[in-house]
Design a protein around this ligand. Structure first.
Ligand SMILES: Cc1cc2nc3c(=O)[nH]c(=O)nc-3n(C[C@H](O)[C@H](O)[C@H](O)COP(=O)(O)OP(=O)(O)OC[C@H]3O[C@@H](n4cnc5c(N)ncnc54)[C@H](O)[C@@H]3O)c2cc1C
Length: 448
């Protein structure tokens, strides 16, 4: 019997396993992949330096580090307006996912974490209304077995293999709606010529090309880029790979470029789950919908969740109490540390997904939100609007004053929901009331 069994050795699971073993717990880590492929994943590969600073995890270097980033450029659909957002808050890295993932895995293995690779978790095992283990299949031997732990962590990413099987009365959302998921395709490409300003990641908004999402070009060096596209999963007609080939790869800088690696994936773009713990179990990373709702960046939040989960797990083992009530502190700490900002950005995401290309073109051209204020909002501050008299006149002329009103209400709802998440209930008994308040803000936003 282990103290902790972690399902999934991605960024969330590897960090959780390492942090718990550092505190002296006996930890077992399970992944369905082969050991030397852990870390490889369809991703944009971008991660902010602030995550490493905050979590005191050494930043990527050597083979892990592909490129250093100074900022982001956001392009309007007509490509006429470009927001160049830079500053220390946006410094970051383009990582080589395999090498980065291998580092996090080996950090955990160096602390005597027991690792089963090629092992797929199938089902949670329950005893006395508490999760106490996992049924697994060893893929090499095609053998079924059971692995027991005092506490289990679901870090299985979007497959969320354990979360989907939690009892209804544990308040854990078992399914995620398609409207809150982006379906993506990305390629790593070698360009025929060096890209300009390789230290800037580019994000392109365009509802006809990347419906409800965006397409991106993230430089991994002077002539290597990660180029991809994400579409809101409610559109069943558009296919992300086809969209990328038809609308993006036919243009500069891709003429004469070569595909080195291509694959698809999905990522959630909503606020974190309302509740991320049950009796004997915690959810971390994509399994708990922790990526940033605006851009889908989930490496940083998943590592943060791994650390916070390990803290709550150690306290629970010490208290010899693995109940949902005891593990609840993880919910409270995560919501304060990142969930409040993510919930506010989720409201803004819902606003952006409803904007037409025309709205985005005019909104960006008139800088209804200024570059620096986007930077500040992305760092967790309130969204400051810049609705000038001139902009009002233009939008009145376009018969689009309602757009400005919606933007104003959106920023108001962002503040409200952020406050609500910052005051996440300390006690399970207050949770239902809190969820009702969240839902009323989300549904009011939907009606605007
Ligand atoms: C196209 C795309 C672009 C993205 N771009 C970025 C970006 O630029 N920056 C960023 O920060 N984030 C980005 N993300 C999100 C980011 O990749 C994830 O948020 C992050 O990897 C979360 O890690 P995780 O540990 O929760 O899950 P994962 O990294 O998915 O790890 C889950 C692990 O669980 C294992 N597993 C799954 N099911 C089972 C099972 N049944 N049994 C055993 N093992 C199992 C998997 O093999 C895997 O190793 C992107 C995602 C996508 C899809």
């Amino acid at each position: 019997m282990y103290d902790l069994v972690v399902v999934g050795a991605g960024t969330a699971g590897s960090v959780a396993a390492h942090a718990a073993s550092e505190q002296g717990l006996k930890v077992c880590l399970i992944d369905q992949k082969e050991k030397n492929t852990i870390g490889e994943k369809t991703c944009g590969d971008a991660v902010g330096i602030h995550h490493f600073n905050r979590l005191k995890i050494p930043p990527p270097k050597g083979e892990e580090l592909a490129n250093k980033i100074k900022g982001i450029e956001i392009f309007s659909p007509d490509l006429k307006t470009v927001f160049r957002i830079k500053g220390e808050g946006l410094h970051g890295f383009m990582v080589n996912r395999l090498e980065f993932g291998q580092r996090l895995l080996h950090n955990a293995l160096d602390r005597d974490v027991v690792f089963f690779d090629n092992t797929t978790a199938l089902d949670p095992i329950f005893k006395d209304e508490c999760v106490c283990g996992v049924k697994v299949r060893n893929r090499r031997k095609n053998e079924l077995r059971e692995v027991f732990g005092r506490i289990i962590v679901d870090a299985s990413g979007m497959s969320s293999v354990l979360r989907r099987k939690m009892p209804h009365d544990w308040k854990i959302e078992r399914t995620i709606q398609n409207k809150d998921i982006e379906i993506c395709y990305r390629e790593i490409r070698r360009l025929a010529e060096n890209i300009e300003d390789p230290e800037y990641c580019r994000i392109y908004l365009n509802q006809s090309i990347s419906f409800g999402g965006y397409y991106w070009i993230f430089p991994k060096g002077n002539n290597i880029v990660n180029v991809g596209i994400g579409l809101q999963m409610i559109n069943t007609v558009l296919n992300p790979r086809r969209q990328l080939y038809t609308h993006v790869l036919v243009n500069d800088p891709f003429i004469g470029s070569k595909n080195l690696k291509g694959s698809g994936g999905i990522v959630s773009t909503r606020r974190p789950l309302n509740c991320m713990v049950g009796n004997g179990i915690l959810l971390v990373g994509d399994s708990a919908c922790q990526p940033n709702p605006i851009h889908g960046g989930g490496i940083g939040p998943s590592m943060m969740a791994g650390k916070l989960a390990a803290e709550a797990i150690c306290e629970a083992i010490e208290a010899e109490d693995v109940s949902q009530k005891q593990l609840w502190s993880y919910n409270v700490k995560y919501m304060k540390a990142y969930g409040a900002k993510a919930a506010a950005l989720d409201i803004f995401r819902l606003f952006l997904q409803k904007c037409s290309n025309e709205d985005l073109n005019y909104g960006m051209a008139h800088r209804l939100v200024k570059e620096n204020d986007i930077l500040n909002a992305s760092l967790g501050q309130d969204l400051k609007l810049n609705i000038t008299d001139k902009a009002r006149r233009v939008f009145r002329g376009l018969n689009k004053l309602s757009f400005l009103k919606t933007l104003y209400l959106t920023s108001k709802k962002m503040k409200e929901i952020k406050m609500l998440y910052s005051n996440y209930p300390y006690h399970i008994k207050d949770h239902e009331q809190w969820v009702n308040k969240v839902e009323s803000i989300i549904s009011a936003r939907a009606l605007i």
